[in-house]
Each structure stands twice: as structure tokens, then as C-alpha cells.
Ligand binder design. Structure first.
Ligand SMILES: C[S@@+](CC[C@H](N)C(=O)[O-])C[C@H]1O[C@@H](n2cnc3c(N)ncnc32)[C@H](O)[C@@H]1O
Length: 569
């Protein structure tokens, strides 16, 4: 029986041997961190990601003149170049809006909550304005000031948290004003706290005070009153993620390896260390779970996450036509109510689909799964826990969307292992997640969203977004039978498609590793794999994960997952 020591992946060099135990644990995490090579930094300022977008905010201050510093052939300071760029792009945006009779952006209560869908070049102008204003602001502040006051951003979150929690925006109509005194009678907040929180929020365009002591709505405060998904998003972020983030330091100091679901910042924040993962905590509190489900609707309803990106082959989506022609099968693991398969089935008319999720999720799926009978008859829902051996054998594709980023490497390996007994040679494994690029290779906005999401995964689940190298390592760690094919990313989409193919003949080249063969894999002294699977005290595929599954099954946790929301575990 082959023994596969994960420790070997973590570079057990002689220098490692001299490290103390704590450093070794950090090494465990670092080995998958995919630190960028020095060469990756060299062309950062001029680099572009796969979408051809130039990063507008260089991670390292520029020393050589760049395109942005040459305006009309003149050499100018970075600040002036940015200011001119902002003017230029703003004028283009304004011209487009005027030409199409669109409302100009404003804080006014009647202003739209979102920009309309813009053509690519105008959308790009808008993006550039956002990046350039941020960079110009940082330059104008200077490093000391931006560090000093940037640290206080959490106080803006505090004000938002309180206003959202106490539903202040809903207490008077959008088209009315209200005195602070009257508003106070409608809340549990005392007069001083109400006023100070509102006035803090006003510095961010949330509410306004047209005359002393009189409060009026703005476009942003109106959204806080009317948009339930946004309220849930703010609630989940401010009341669950914010405390979890504040406790990451405790979690990491106590458990530097940071892989366990029960040793997270979240667990430290809410008193559940070594007791239960976040999913279980939410499963016990339907209101909180429902809020998270709705929050995910708000997140994934946004641009850049639509399933259409996966389906649109012409735009860089995945091409399943070969599998379709052969009438092959795709298994969507953790596929919720099957909305991805419904979209795929609309394009591919011969393929068959199996949507796997936990029992209660399957039970609560719409019946029929969609209106088109030709598609519906090709989609089957099956209850399956991905921490157990795969039940759908010999499929052509095993697909994971928004699954792997919820798990640290030991858990993710376990999920992959569980596929192995079901895999036929040539089976494709697709992971649809963020794939982190080299620092500075994204446009500044996408980079910031993806890196923040990565830290959210840390705070809540000790999980992570992954780089291409980390995905490659993940497959390799699971089994040499998984041959990594690469990563593609549809244009305009934040999510990537990571592909590996099962080639059991590759096993012969290295030590044979199969799900059956792996009965003892150790990560920092904890056994991962086989029957007894424990990761730093958190049992994987044992009680803790089963509890996780139980929590996942809650309808409230599911939220509106049928609409394509994610992370509604
Ligand atoms: C983040 S959501 C992703 C849903 C869907 N794939 C998508 O793209 O939106 C995670 C899904 O995994 C399911 N899930 C969680 N734990 C599971 C387990 N152990 N086995 C099977 N499904 C699970 C949840 O019920 C949920 O539907």
C-alpha cells in the first residue's frame, strides 16, 4: 500500500530541519503560497493580465517614465499625468452618458444605484477613473498620512455596520427629511450615537444634512433602505466577517499553519475554536444563515461572475462540444440547484448532467429543474457528500464551481481523492474559481476584489483563493494521476477555469497513489486521508465535516442559491 507523505511537498530540506516547530508549521502553509518569482515583478508596471488590462495602480512606485507620465509628448510628474488621465477619461464617460441620455452620477437620492451596462471602451474609462483617483489620492496623501489614516477605515465600517444593523435608512421615506430628534425616537440608539454615526457615514455620501439637525437620504442611503440583498451583504460583512478578520491574528498566533476549519478567525471571534466550523455555527442560527445566503446573491449578481461566461465559448468559456457530440456526462459537484447545468444544457443538446449536492439541497431544488423539457430530462439531481467517495462513475467531466476556495489544501486534496475511484482515463476535472495572478497583473479593481476575497476565505475558513501554481500543486498533491492542463479565463470574468485530466498511466511514473492506497498522509503531524482524516484537529470526512454538511443543508443557508449565488454554505 503506497504511503504518500505530504510533508515531502513542503521541502524537507536540511535548512527546514533546523527550523523550530512553529516555523515548520508556517512552512506548511508557505509551500502552497506560490510566491511570485523575481522575474514576475520585473515587467509589472507594463504588464497586462490575460484580459489585456493594464494595471493602473502600480504595486511599486515607478522610477522610470511610463506612458502615463508622457502627456502630449511632455514629461510630467506622475500626479499631473494621473490628473490629466482622470480628466480625459471622465470627459469620455460624461460624453457617452450625455449622448445616450443617461443620468449623470450623483449623490442625489434619485440617482441610479448602478451604472448602466457600458460598452467596453467606456467601461474601461470608468475603471481607469477609479484606479487613477485612488493612486492620485495616495500620492497626494503621502505614505505616512495614508498609512496613519488608512488604518482608520474600519471606523467607516463601524458606522455602516450600526446604521445597517439598526435599519436607520428605513426609518423615513426616501423623498422626505427628518430631524435628528424625531429619528432618534424611532431607534434604540441614543441621540449622541445616532448623530455621530450618521455624520461619519455622511463623509462617504451616505445620508446628508441639508440644514443642521435635519437628515435627508442620498442615493446610497436609499439603497440601504430598499435593497435587501445589499443589506444582507453589509450585515454579513460587518457582523460576521469583520469580527472574524479582527481575530485572525489570534488564530494565526495560536495555529500558524492556518488550515483547520475550526481554528479560524471566525471561530476565535465567536467562541467556537476546536468546536465547530463556521458552517455549523450558521446552521444553528437560521437568520444569520439566511443573511449570508442573501449576501451571496448580492455579490454574485454583480458583473464578472455570471455563469454565461463559462458557457460563452466565443468569449473564452469552456468548449464542451466534443463531450456533447459523444453524449457525454458532466457532474457538477456541490452544484446547488443545478443552475450551471441548466445553462449548459441550453447550449449543449446531447450532453447529460448530474448535479450533486447535500440531501436537503437536492430536496429543495425546483421540479422540474427548468422550463425546457429537453434540458430538464438530461439533468439529474443526486444527493452526494463530496467528502465521501464519488458515486457517479465514469463521467467525462467532474466540475467544481466555488467549492475549492472554501477549503484549505488538506481538505481540497481529500475532495479530489474522493473522485479517484470513479475516474475513467481521460476524465476531466474542472475547477471554476478565482485564480490569483502575479501581483499587479490584474486591473487594480479586480486585483483588489480577488485579494480581499482571499483574506475573507482566510478569516472565515482558513481557506484560500489559489494561483495557477497552487492549483497545479493541489492536483499533484492529490495524485500524479491528475495531469494539470492549465488555466483559462473568459474575457471580462473574474473566475477562471482550471483543468486537469485523469491519466492513470502517469501513476506508474511516480509512486502509485490512489484513494484506496492513501491511508496515511500526514500534514504537520495530523493524518489526512484514508479513513481517519484529521487536519490540525479538524476531522475531515468525519464528524466535523458531516456536521458541516448538516449545516449546509439548511434552507436558510442555501438562500437563493438557485440564482447563482455562491458561498452560501
Ligand atoms: C459555494 S456553494 C457553490 C454552489 C454552486 N457550485 C455555485 O457555483 O454557485 C457550495 C455548494 O456546495 C454544497 N456543499 C457543501 N458541502 C458539501 C458537501 N460536503 N458535499 C456536497 N455538497 C456540498 C453546498 O450545499 C452549496 O450548494
Amino acid at each position: 500500500m503506497g504511503k504518500f507523505k505530504l510533508g515531502s511537498l513542503f521541502g524537507s530540506s536540511s535548512s527546514t530541519k533546523t527550523q523550530d516547530a512553529s516555523d515548520k508549521k508556517k512552512e506548511h502553509r508557505k509551500s502552497f503560497a506560490g510566491f511570485a518569482s523575481a522575474s514576475a515583478f520585473k515587467n509589472k508596471n507594463g504588464g497586462s493580465n490575460g484580459n489585456g488590462v493594464k494595471p493602473a495602480l502600480p504595486a511599486v512606485a515607478e522610477t522610470a517614465p511610463t506612458e502615463a507620465q508622457k502627456v502630449n509628448g511632455e514629461q510630467t510628474s506622475r500626479m499631473v499625468a494621473l490628473a490629466k488621465k482622470i480628466t480625459n477619461d471622465t470627459e469620455k464617460l460624461e460624453a457617452y452618458m450625455k449622448e445616450h441620455n443617461l443620468a449623470m452620477p450623483s449623490f442625489d437620492v434619485d440617482s441610479p444605484g448602478d451604472f448602466p451596462k457600458l460598452p467596453e471602451d467606456i467601461k474601461q474609462c470608468r475603471e481607469e477613473i477609479k484606479f487613477a483617483t485612488k493612486e492620485l489620492g495616495l500620492l497626494a496623501q503621502g505614505p505616512r498620512e495614508s498609512l496613519r489614516w488608512g488604518t482608520w477605515d474600519f471606523l467607516e465600517v463601524l458606522a455602516l455596520q450600526m446604521i445597517n444593523h439598526f435599519g436607520i435608512a428605513k426609518l423615513f421615506p426616501a423623498d422626505a427629511t427628518i430631524t435628528l430628534a424625531e429619528l432618534q425616537t424611532k431607534t434604540k440608539l441614543d441621540a449622541i450615537n445616532l448623530a455621530r454615526l450618521l455624520r461619519m457615514a455622511m463623509t462617504n455620501g451616505i445620508f446628508r444634512e441639508p440644514s443642521p439637525g435635519v437628515i435627508a437620504h442620498t442615493a446610497a442611503s436609499r439603497l440601504l433602505a430598499e435593497d435587501e440583498a445589499l443589506q444582507a451583504w453589509i450585515g454579513f460583512n460587518c457582523e460576521d466577517i469583520f469580527p472574524a478578520a479582527a481575530h485572525v491574528i489570534d488564530a494565526i498566533k495560536t495555529y500558524p499553519e492556518a488550515t483547520s476549519l475550526v481554528q479560524t478567525g471566525f471561530c476565535f471571534a465567536f467562541g467556537t475554536v476546536s468546536k465547530e466550523p463556521m458552517f455549523v455555527t450558521f446552521g444553528k442560527d437560521p437568520e444569520r444563515a439566511r443573511r449570508m445566503g442573501r449576501a451571496m446573491v448580492s455579490l454574485t449578481g454583480g458583473e464578472g461572475y455570471e455563469v454565461s461566461y463559462l458557457v460563452d465559448v466565443e468569449g473564452g468559456g469552456y468548449d464542451f462540444s466534443e463531450i456533447d457530440a459523444a453524449g457525454g456526462t458532466l457532474v457538477d459537484i456541490g452544484g446547488s440547484h443545478g443552475f450551471v447545468c441548466v445553462e449548459l444544457a441550453a447550449r449543449y443538446k446531447r450532453m447529460k448532467f448530474v448535479v450533486q449536492d447535500l440531501q436537503k439541497t437536492v430536496d429543495s431544488a425546483p421540479k422540474p429543474i427548468c422550463d425546457d423539457p429537453q434540458a430538464a430530462e438530461r439533468i439529474t439531481l443526486v444527493a452526494h457528500d463530496f467528502f465521501t467517495e464519488q458515486v457517479t462513475k465514469d463521467a467525462d467531466v467532474y466540475f467544481f464551481r466555488w467549492i475549492m476556495h472554501n477549503y484549505s489544501t488538506p481538505y481540497a486534496i481529500k475532495i479530489l481523492w474522493n473522485l479517484i475511484p470513479a475516474l475513467k482515463p481521460g476524465a476531466r476535472i474542472l475547477i471554476n474559481d478565482h485564480c490569483l495572478g502575479e501581483p499587479g497583473s490584474e486591473n487594480a479593481w479586480d486585483e483588489s476584489v480577488m485579494r480581499r476575497m482571499d483574506l475573507v476565505m482566510l478569516a472565515l475558513l482558513n481557506a484560500q483563493e489559489r494561483t495557477e501554481a497552487e492549483f497545479r500543486e493541489l492536483f499533484k498533491a492529490a495524485s500524479p494521476g491528475f495531469v494539470f492542463k492549465g488555466v483559462t479565463r473568459p474575457k471580462g470574468c473574474r473566475m477562471s477555469i482550471v483543468e486537469a485530466v485523469w491519466q492513470p498511466e502517469s501513476l506508474a511514473a511516480e509512486a502509485a497513489v490512489t484513494a484506496d492506497a492513501v491511508d496515511e498522509v500526514k500534514v504537520n503531524g495530523d493524518v489526512v486521508g484514508g479513513d481517519a482524516v484529521a487536519v490540525n484537529g479538524a476531522v475531515v470526512n468525519g464528524d466535523a465535516v458531516n456536521e458541516t454538511a448538516a449545516a449546509d443543508e439548511s434552507d436558510e443557508v442555501k438562500g437563493d442559491s438557485t440564482k447563482g449565488d455562491v458561498d452560501n454554505e
